[in-house]
Design a protein around this ligand. Structure first.
Ligand SMILES: NC(=O)c1ccc[n+]([C@@H]2O[C@H](COP(=O)([O-])OP(=O)(O)OC[C@H]3O[C@@H](n4cnc5c(N)ncnc54)[C@H](OP(=O)(O)O)[C@@H]3O)[C@@H](O)[C@H]2O)c1
Length: 233
């Protein structure tokens, strides 16, 4: 895909991996459309990137539909949906709160369904791409990860099904699995000193944009991104 003038909707792009992806795609000539739930954070991102956006919770179907309609109108179509909005909370089996698990799944699973389903006609006509941001938590479990891992394993399974459904429509469906990335995901201030040996949001943005830039004849179905040597000396 030629990134120049590509029309890219990135969910959860007010900060973190989504923001870095939108910023890099824009730098490479794409039109980008931003999203997040918190209006203040979203408006700050829109002004820093000089890009349009829409405040919506992708876990709510009506809001996801309104987001896609706004992106379509602002960009004149949609070539790529980057399903990045997501969050998690560590809970051991003893601590497990089903309401928290359902809230995670609403964003991380249903949010991806709502946004992609609403964009499908656009993606069919543009022969576009879907990029689902999963995690290495889609590949293996860890203590306290059951609610979040379940959401990302589900996302990985859904991605495989949509890939099979949509390849005959020339739509490329990609899964990206970042390992730990230094964002607000784990809490903490947006502006803080980063460990140069651990992944930055910009590293994941490079992986996403690089995969999208491949000629449409082929595609990379799934890629994982790890820090080379994040281990303490
Ligand atoms: N950081 C990591 O180590 C890591 C590793 C692997 C995978 N990931 C995945 O990468 C993605 C991005 O994570 P990140 O680290 O960049 O997180 P982040 O810094 O916390 O950013 C998350 C973004 O998603 C938005 N968001 C969350 N829930 C939303 C919803 N229901 N509807 C719309 N927007 C929503 C947030 O804004 P609002 O809160 O204002 O809505 C924010 O813009 C997630 O899917 C995460 O699971 C992260």
């Amino acid at each position: 895909m030629d990134m120049k003038n590509a029309k890219i909707l990135v969910t959860g792009s007010s900060v973190g991996i989504g923001y870095a992806t939108a910023a890099l795609a824009k730098e490479r000539g794409a039109q980008v459309f931003l999203n997040g739930r918190d209006r203040g954070k979203l408006e700050s991102a829109m002004s820093r990137l000089a890009a349009p956006g829409f405040c919506a919770d992708v876990g709510e179907q009506s809001e996801a539909r309104a987001l896609v309609a706004a992106a379509r109108e602002a960009m004149g179509g949609i070539d790529v949906v980057v399903n990045n909005a997501g969050w998690g909370k560590r809970m051991t089996l003893e601590e497990y709160d089903p309401d928290v698990a359902l809230a995670i799944w609403r964003t991380n699973i249903l949010g991806v369904v709502h946004t992609t389903q609403a964009s499908l006609d656009d993606l069919k006509s543009s022969k576009g791409a879907i990029v689902n941001i999963a995690s290495t938590a889609a590949l293996r479990g860890y203590p306290g990860g059951s609610a979040y891992c379940a959401s990302k394993f589900a996302l990985r399974g859904m991605t495989e099904c949509w890939r099979a459904e949509l390849r005959p429509h020339d739509i490329r469906v990609l899964l990206v699995n970042p390992s730990e990335v230094q964002t607000c995901f784990f809490g903490g201030a947006a502006e803080r000193e980063l460990d140069p040996k651990k992944l930055y949001a910009e590293d994941i943005a490079h992986a996403i944009c690089g995969a999208l830039e491949m000629d449409d004849r082929g595609f990379i179905p799934e890629l994982s991104v790890f820090a080379t040597n994040p281990f303490p000396a």
